[in-house]
Design a protein around this ligand. Structure first.
Ligand code: ADP
Length: 539
């Protein structure tokens, strides 16, 4: 077997071939049509259109049988591209160059070959149009002429193919340009990164918001160049960053409590959505979309301030009304009739409800503005719960509920703010009493679980409708099923309870079945709550 010589300027020849983007066109039917025609026309077993690359010869059509791409050295095509004339081997077994060629001694047992070169528009011989057969045969001058004339058909189809390819490339580039323009003109910042966290795309808004130029951050790791902080100014760990969560879990994450730090060190609060980019089943990168929410934060702060101010102003007249109605009820101003007493008692009760509402609003504005003091003290939870039960005893008796209490026997003293946590028990127990019809069963169980102490307050009352469960901890939420039976309520209790527990280092969750009952659990770390300096406590 003698390998064919390598033509002059082979590098340029291969470059010319690659520029045509034909390698990979194998499945295109327009080339198959030609080879099928050749088989009929010349009555051979195989007709092929090949491309001669550096090391390999690729078949873009091979009518007759499926042929694998070949090594250039053992291919007939590499001889074809050495000459302008047709290259013919009438009997391979009589030709020293081929008698031991694997294509001759093995599949597809080629005994006859004839091929003509295919040239690119710049004159390089890029491949061959070839015929193969299992029997030796002659190839007349007429046959050669016919084969040569068919080269122009192949060339025409190659041009059509290249143009079609070019069109789809253009369409793709157009679509890419459109999406880029779109992304550059939306009001949200968009940041794209690959699976290693390297920044691959940043839109105009993101650059403007963060104060960077594109070349300062592109190609760098998103976790290091785009700085984040929490409310307290601490940097989240890489694992806590939304971009990391999107990559590691393959799920979309939404965050509203992080701040982006600009290049100049100033920061702004952002609503961040980080989504993974998934190809097949693999996460190949992610996209962050963010919006500066400074304005919302400011409006929120002003609203909190307004509520706080309004509530303070309301407190004084309400206290006066409480005091005066108490005096009237006690008969300090003079004897009152039974009827008058009933009316004054109504005024007193309504006033109490107003005081409760104002206190709740004040507490919320205090906790939202972060001015609340957390003052942990070693606390005996059993004693604390006992005092709550004593306070709520009249309500329990009025509704004829049975109450069970069980506190883990070897519970140590826990370092919590007793005033805040008392508020949590009062609220949960009040709800259990209110939202359970007369003669219900209520249970409080406090147990140790891992590093936490978990309290459970359950009842067999009205329950919470399935569809409304996600709103339970929202401000002013009151479920439809209880509004009519229990008119007394503000929908602020659980919102405050959740805020208190979370600022004490704990968590709260619940389960409920409408018509069967509700259980709330909350955990507090056995290690206790972190103290916090502030200005006010809750009332
Ligand atoms: P309020 O009790 O003042 O309405 P909360 O914030 O304490 O406000 O509770 C919000 C709502 O959650 C209640 O109005 C009620 O619909 C529902 N809820 C809370 N606790 C229970 C419970 N134990 N059983 C049934 N529904 C409850």
């Amino acid at each position: 077997m003698t390998p064919a010589a390598v033509p002059d300027r082979d590098n340029e020849r291969v470059n010319a071939l690659r520029k045509l983007n034909l390698i990979g066109a194998a499945a295109d039917p327009r080339f198959d049509k030609i080879t099928r025609f050749l088989i009929d026309c010349f009555d051979v077993a195989i007709a092929e259109i090949t491309l001669v690359d550096w090391q390999n010869v690729f078949h873009i059509a091979s009518g007759g049988i499926i042929q694998r791409d070949e090594e250039r050295q053992i291919s007939f095509s590499s001889y074809v591209i050495l000459q302008d004339e047709p290259f013919v081997v009438s009997d391979t077994l009589k030709d020293e160059r081929f008698l031991d060629n694997p294509q001759v001694v093995g599949f597809p047992n080629v005994r006859f070959y004839a091929g003509v070169p295919l040239t690119s528009s710049d004159g390089f011989k890029i491949g061959a149009l070839g015929l193969k057969d299992k029997n030796p045969r002659e190839f007349s001058e007429k046959d050669k002429k016919l084969l040569l004339s068919l080269v122009s058909w192949v060339k025409d189809e190659m041009e059509v193919f290249a143009k079609a390819n070019d069109d789809s490339f253009k369409k793709l580039s157009e679509a890419e340009a459109k999406s880029k323009t779109l992304l550059n003109n939306i009001g949200e910042g968009v940041i794209g990164f690959d699976d290693g966290g390297e920044l691959t795309y940043v839109n105009r808004q993101a650059l403007e918001s963060l104060g960077y130029a594109e070349d300062e951050i592109l190609g760098k790791p998103v976790f290091h160049v785009i700085k984040l902080q929490d409310e307290k100014g601490n940097e989240p760990t890489i694992e806590q960053r939304p971009s990391h969560t999107a990559l590691s879990t393959g799920r979309r994450t939404i965050s509203r409590n992080l701040y982006y730090v600009r290049k100049d060190g100033t920061k702004f609060p952002a609503a961040i959505t980080a989504s993974p980019v998934i190809l097949g089943e693999r996460v190949i990168g992610g996209v962050i979309v963010f919006r500066d929410i400074s304005y919302e934060h400011e409006v929120d702060r002003m609203k909190t301030e307004f509520i706080s101010l309004a509530s303070h102003q309301l407190r004084t007249p309400l206290s006066a009304m409480k005091w005066f109605s108490e005096m009237l009820l006690a008969g300090d101003i003079g004897e009152i009739t039974k009827e008058q007493r009933e009316i004054i008692k109504d005024i007193y009760d309504s006033n109490e409800r107003m005081i409760d509402l104002v206190n709740s609003l004040l507490n919320i504005s205090r906790i939202e503005s972060g001015r609340i003091i957390i003052d942990p003290k070693p606390t005996n939870l059993k004693e604390l719960i006992d005092s709550v039960i004593t306070e709520l005893q009249p309500k329990l008796i009025e509704k004829k509920h049975r109450l069970g209490l069980s506190v883990h026997s070897s519970l140590p003293l826990i370092n919590i703010d007793p005033k805040l946590i008392r508020h949590v028990y009062v609220n949960l127990l009040t709800n259990a009493i209110k939202y359970t019809p007369e003669g219900g069963d209520i249970e409080i169980v406090v147990s140790k679980s891992g590093n936490d102490v978990v309290s459970r307050v359950s009842d067999n009352g009205y329950g919470i409708p399935e569809g409304q469960k996600p709103r339970v901890f929202q401000k002013f939420f009151r479920a439809d099923n209880v509004i009519k039976v229990e008119t007394d309520g503000t929908g602020l209790g659980l919102y405050l309870v959740k805020a208190v527990i979370e600022s004490s280092g704990g968590k709260i969750w619940f389960e409920s079945n409408e018509g069967k009952g509700t259980t709330f659990w909350f955990s507090l770390p056995l290690t206790g709550s972190q103290p916090k300096k502030g200005e006010v406590t809750i009332s």
